[in-house]
Design a protein around this ligand. Sequence first.
Ligand code: FES
Length: 156
Amino acid sequence: MPQHTFILNGKPVTVDIEDDVRLLWVLRDVLGVTGPKYGCGLGVCQACTSHINGKAFNPCSVPVKDLGPADEVTTIEGLPATVGRDLHPMQEAWLEYDVAQCGYCQPGQIMTAVAKVRRAREEGREIDQADLDEIRNICRCGTYNRIREAITAGAE
Ligand code: FES
């Protein structure tokens, strides 16, 4: 069985698994990291959104063989907390705005939001309406208005 090594939430991990197994299944079924959710398995719904090297991606669409030892995968379990607090600022905003309804898609929503804010900051600007309009994460409960309010608050 091929071996694959990458960094998961700050720690190196090695898994023995076939090359073409998608990372979402490696995370959830092999490594027990269940924040990224399975929705479509096709890179459409965004429920599994996580980060590779700081950028949002869908692990349901990435074969584990595409990762190397220097690649950093971050799931919602690995988001850094605000100093002296338990949660990342975006998670705190999610609670403040009472975003979640059923909650299933929310880890992916938050990981998308964090990546959008990070990109805006790297470009030397604040998150704007165009960033919010780019978000394609599906929420079957229709919490989109609260998601947008929380992203704006969590970016401050
Ligand atoms: Fe990955 Fe839908 S499960 S995008």
